[in-house]
Design a protein around this ligand. Structure first.
Ligand code: SF4
Length: 95
């Protein structure tokens, strides 16, 4: 969840091994591990966290997302069902 909205939902294996949403990718990258095969490159976010009580036009993660593009500023992404096991709220996965 990000600012009160579900941004990704799936089974644990998918979320842990192949997170899709940029915010989920950031969260998963911060999980510490001692296993070599689970080492990940840590992602650090820049940008400001928007005021959750204000109305945000477009995607609520746009001010911190390294992949944000024009559409993200004007259109709020919907939670889309990619298959029976994965749901994500991001324009990178909708057309
Ligand atoms: S919709 Fe845009 S800003 Fe939001 S997470 Fe996806 S790419 Fe980033």
């Amino acid at each position: 969840m990000y600012l009160g909205k579900i941004v990704e939902a799936s089974v644990v294996d998918h979320i842990y091994k192949e997170p899709l949403h940029p915010y989920t990718q950031t969260l998963v990258s911060s999980i510490p591990t001692v296993l070599k095969e689970e080492k990940r490159k840590r992602i650090f976010l820049e940008g400001e966290i928007p005021n959750p009580s204000s109305t945000i036009k477009g995607c609520s993660f746009q001010s911190r997302c390294p992949f944000a593009y024009d559409r993200c500023k004007v259109e709020q992404p919907k939670l889309i069902n990619l298959d029976n096991e994965r749901m994500v709220r991001c324009h990178l996965y909708s057309y």
